[in-house]
Design a protein around this ligand. Sequence first.
Ligand SMILES: [Zn+2]
Length: 501
Amino acid sequence: MSRIVVVGIDGLDWPVLEPLLDELPVMREIGRKGHAGEMPSVFPPDSIPSWVSIFTGYDPSEHGVLDSIDYFKKGIKRFAVDTGAFRGKTFWDLAGERGKKVIVVNPLLAYPPWDVNGVMASGPVFISGEAMATPKSLAGELELPPLGGIVDFPEKGELTAFARKSHEETLRTVEFTVKLMESRDWDLVFVSILTLDRIFHFFWRYHDTGDPTHPRSGRHAGVIREFHKLLDDCIGMLQRSAGDDTIFMILSDHGHGMRPPSYFNLNQLLLEHGLLESRIKGPKFLHPRYLVDRAKNFTLETLHRLDMEDLAYRIAHILPWTRKLKKGDFLTEPTENLATASEFGGNNPFGGIAVSRKRCSSMGLEYEELRDRIIALLLGTSEKNGEPVFLWAKRREELFSGPHTDKFPDILYEMRPEYGTNWSLHVPLVTRNPRHRKISGGHRKDSVMIVGPLHHWRIDTRHLSPLNIASTIVHLLTERTPDGHDPAGTVKNRCSFLVRD
Ligand SMILES: [Zn+2]
């Protein structure tokens, strides 16, 4: 029987990691004795749906947890996610039910922790509330580190302190895990490190010389690289505690790259094709909503040019109708539209379009025909140089078949990586993202899987998928083939990507 340590690193990205491997001896060795490379993520490649898929083996339409974290929404203090979709159904629950002892530290969203066959410690997402652990006696025995997805929003002058704090938090989480490993029996350890994602979001432009806002000064240039070295040291600490022979699985929920420097104003495209109605009728320069929207865009643009986006960010929060301004319904009323760009993917290259069945039937149009027409419109949209903007666009049912499929917008798409969805109206189709300096890193659709040493196992890369991680872990721990493994009675065809030699 194997013992396994699973290290989840939010946002770990293969194209960033691979060139650094010479300086990361622990990860390099684990990969050399096993496998290291890219793994596809789920759609949308956001932390919340992706981690829940990794925990359970359900795809996002099967678990239905599609929330995303918007770093620009500063006012939101509490982020309530219904953990009922995965509580008791995760790979550590399945392992525990099969008699395996587990140590689980810091799984995203899995808060408050529940009873497991071993210990589980987690923290809240989005608030710096209290970390908690089960069994409750653990908190008296060991001091809990800060856990959860605590979101800071550092200004430029605070970045150095922010990196230091992320560094310390990471170390404390791993040291706490090591203490647990050394004080009790275990078969499975799962620890999540959520700090790299934030480092990428705020430090990307300092790392990437190809970023249009990369500073020539070299300021903060080494932060991302140093953070990878810290992660490697952390995995080394876990490995010394576990022993060289223990199988390590290092994985991420999505990758990271440059956040799109350009906006594609999708509602503007829908407006131009008669699919969306603007609230602005008649001469637009007489319309207060139009003027407020223009003022906001102009202010953000100007401050971006002057490298003063911290001020831009504060001003964006003072302007009237702030909440609404960010939202797509400021200049349009979605219930009046045939089609409206959804906010579900944020300012990212992936997203969706909501199509109103009600509006279709009141206008005597056929819903499916309209979806086809919109998909054709997206696929036919190109830049001035003739390059298509959209890599693909599909009906949601082409990607998903789970019971929560209708939580997705009617049409799903992915644009080229330089474009992020935006909702402004009465603007050109492509505009500059004026907040790129503030958050320059964004999610990339591929994630990472490093697993080793594999001993008498080998990897079947055809089945390498976040949806097969839960099955693979149970398979490794119990040697029982998980074919047809079906934790909730709804998930089909999950299998192990590790098989006996
Ligand atoms: Zn993430």
